[in-house]
Design a protein around this ligand. Structure first.
Ligand code: HEM
Length: 310
């Protein structure tokens, strides 16, 4: 790359994310590029777009179009990649894998009805859910964060100061220390930058729910069994909840003392006490919230600071 040529940061973030998820969750030793699995990066958005369109128009499933055929091809490519991953997991010496390796745990799962192991089709679906849930969310969050940093030179200076203060950047005096979990946890400003980027550019725009009881929104009665959509964009950008929401301001995360100790995934601290409402929910809330909040928060910090990116 020459100095004047651009670089597609989102593409780089996607490749880095797929490698990290594969390595961390499935002990996958090689990179996506080695395996030709970077096709996933091209195919997954096409397949997801078609799913979304079918949610609003189920008849699409019965109408053949060039777009739909392409989406089906993409879905097959994705499925093949997940199948490859399963073959890899089956060939691993499970005793050498960490106990919390997702692949190892999936093989240990027993179906509650008959006590049998999951079938290959079920395992492939689980692997696919993991990749689908983690890939674009993490990578686009990283890209938006890098955009916010690039557009705010003062934020860049603060990050450099924080990294220097923790001996994590090369200086004239010493080589940088290794990035460890403990050291990551001390980087409060970097944490605030990530939170602020996730507030403004929540990659999951919102989530659907079906209410299980009647409730009132002001004077509006929402009946039990209603389909509702919680918009994260509206929540995170509301002038009623955030001061100047349209301004990228990591410092806002330090105005509440407790927040200094929180991690990005710890949404419990972002509650508007007076109104008893959660104001920051990038990973959703409750039993169906993101299963990977901790790994995701940690990996984004790590990726942001890795020498490949910053
Ligand atoms: C910045 C990164 C991420 C964000 C913002 C994010 C956000 C979310 C949100 C909002 C939900 C809940 C959707 C709902 O309530 O309907 C969710 C669910 C989920 N996420 Fe994430 N996620 C991220 C990273 C990841 C990663 C890295 C993985 C896996 C490797 C992952 C796996 C999942 C799965 C499997 C679910 C479904 C949980 C369930 O239905 O019980 N996510 N995520």
């Amino acid at each position: 790359m020459t100095e004047s040529s651009g670089m597609d940061i989102d593409d780089a973030s996607l490749r880095l994310t797929i490698d990290i998820i594969s390595a961390v969750a499935f002990a996958f030793p090689r990179t996506a590029v080695d395996l030709g699995q970077d096709e996933i990066i091209e195919c997954l958005p096409n397949a997801l777009r078609e799913i979304q369109k079918r949610m609003t128009n189920p008849f699409r499933a019965f109408i053949s179009s060039k777009e739909a055929r392409r989406a089906m091809h993409c879905a097959k490519v994705f499925e093949r990649a997940c199948r490859d991953m399963l073959v890899h997991i089956r060939h691993c010496d499970l005793n050498n894998l960490p106990k919390n390796d997702v692949g190892r745990q999936l093989l240990d799962v027993r179906r509650p009805d008959d006590g049998c192991a999951l079938t290959d089709e079920q395992l492939i679906a689980e692997i696919g859910t993991f990749l689908m849930g983690g890939l674009e969310t993490t990578a686009h969050t990283l890209s938006f964060t890098l955009y916010c940093i690039a557009a705010n030179p003062i934020v860049q200076q603060h990050i450099v100061q924080e990294l220097l203060a923790h001996n994590l950047l090369r200086s004239t005096k010493h080589e940088p220390l290794d990035l460890t979990f403990d050291r990551l946890a001390q980087l409060l400003y970097v944490d605030a930058v990530l939170k602020e980027a996730m507030r403004m550019f929540s990659v999951v725009a919102g989530f659907p729910r079906i209410t299980d009881q009647d409730f009132y929104l002001e004077n509006l009665r929402i009946k039990s069994g209603s389909f509702i959509y919680v918009s994260l964009y509206a929540l995170h950008m509301s002038g009623l909840l955030w001061d100047k929401p349209e301004v990228f301001n990591p410092d806002r995360w330090f105005s509440h003392d407790n927040l200094k100790d929180s991690y990005a995934h710890d949404t419990s601290l972002t509650t508007d006490v007076d109104n008893n409402i959660r104001t920051f929910l990038p990973f959703s809330n409750g039993p169906r919230s993101c299963i990977a909040q901790v790994i995701s928060a940690t990996s984004k910090h790590g990726m942001l600071l890795t020498k490949h990116i910053l």
